[in-house]
Structures are given as C-alpha cells and as structure tokens.
Design a protein around this ligand. Structure first.
Ligand SMILES: CC(C)(COP(=O)(O)OP(=O)(O)OC[C@H]1O[C@@H](n2cnc3c(N)ncnc32)[C@H](O)[C@@H]1OP(=O)(O)O)[C@@H](O)C(=O)NCCC(=O)NCCS
Length: 149
C-alpha cells in the first residue's frame, strides 16, 4: 500500500468509494466532491493498493482561514478497514495541515456513525458540540476537534 497525492484521473474512483462508504443522501454527489476539491487549501491523500492497482481509501481535508484545519471525509473501502489505513491517512493529513500552519483540526461525524466516532476518539479527537439536523435535514452531527501538537 502506498500513500500518494490525488491525481485528476482518480476522480471517478473517489466518487465511487464515497458512494460505497456512506448511505445514500450522505455520500457526496460528484458535483459536491468536485466543489470541495476546488476549494482553496483543500487536498486529498490517496491510499493505493499497488498490487491490485486500485484506490483503497482516501482523505479529503482543508486548511481553513486562520489556524484551523477541517477533515471533510475519510473513506476506506470495507475490505481494507481495521488495518490502520484510516489512521495512516489522517496522520499524514495532520502533518500536512501542520505544515500549512494549522494548530487545530475540526470535523463533523454523524451521531448515527459510532464507528467513525470511535475511530476519531482513538486518534485524540474530542466531541465539542452537536449540530442539529446536519445530515439530510434530520440526523445530528457531532462536532469533534483536536489540537495539533
Ligand atoms: C471510520 C473509518 C475511516 C476507519 O478506517 P480504518 O482504516 O478501518 O481505521 P483504522 O484501522 O485506522 O482504525 C483505528 C482505530 O479506530 C477504531 N475503529 C475503527 N473502526 C472502528 C469500528 N468499526 N468500530 C469501533 N472502533 C473502530 C479502533 O480503535 C481502531 O483500532 P483497532 O483496529 O486497533 O481496534 C472506516 O471505517 C470508514 O471508511 N468508514 C466509512 C466512512 C466513514 O464513516 N468515515 C468517517 C466519517 S467522515
């Protein structure tokens, strides 16, 4: 497995992985993913299974104004989970955000996604808030945050 920068030719595969990782309505439609990719300060790190020549997962993150970073999504295909890949991607994104002078990082996770919450808590994120009806105008999101040291 290698971690690498996103290439333009990855786009369709990233959309398909997001569709497989999230329920309908929560997965990003291609136009939303394209929107995030165009934002200033956004970046994607891809985990590629070199043997199978396929993308196993990716992280999309963004350095915002000031000293904050934002994790937009972390997506690992089901067959590659619980092997440390999500951890490797988020740690790489933390390093990148620090180089971009972020001092903390923030994200949203569905209150109905306990796996993601457990994953982020293991990485040192704490719940700092709750946004009502964040997803599909019906499901709340936890706001989670971590200081980058
Ligand atoms: C959440 C997700 C990114 C985790 O990726 P991963 O590569 O499986 O994570 P890791 O192997 O690095 O797991 C690190 C730790 O997180 C925790 N964790 C990960 N998945 C978990 C799960 N399903 N249940 C409970 N804890 C979990 C565990 O503590 C794990 O350590 P362990 O395997 O030694 O017990 C992956 O399950 C995924 O893509 N899910 C669908 C999309 C999603 O919900 N993304 C996050 C919201 S943006």
């Amino acid at each position: 497995m290698i971690l690498r920068e996103r290439r333009p030719s990855d786009f369709a595969e990233l959309c398909e992985i997001d569709r497989l990782c999230f329920p309908p309505g929560i997965a990003y439609p291609p136009q939303d993913l394209a929107h995030w990719l165009r934002q200033r300060g956004s970046f994607v790190i891809v985990a590629e299974d070199e043997e199978k020549q396929k993308v196993a997962g990716f992280i999309l993150a963004r350095k915002q104004h000031g000293s904050s970073g934002h994790i937009i999504t972390v997506d690992i295909l089901p067959e590659y989970r619980r092997c440390g890949l999500g951890t490797a991607l988020i740690e790489r994104a933390h390093e990148r955000l620090k180089r971009m002078e972020a001092r903390r990082v923030r994200l949203e996770a569905s209150v109905e996604n306990p796996s993601a919450v457990a994953f982020y808590q293991k990485l040192g994120y704490q719940i700092v808030g709750r946004i009502p009806r964040y997803y599909l105008d019906s499901i709340d999101a936890w706001v989670m945050s971590k200081e980058l040291t």
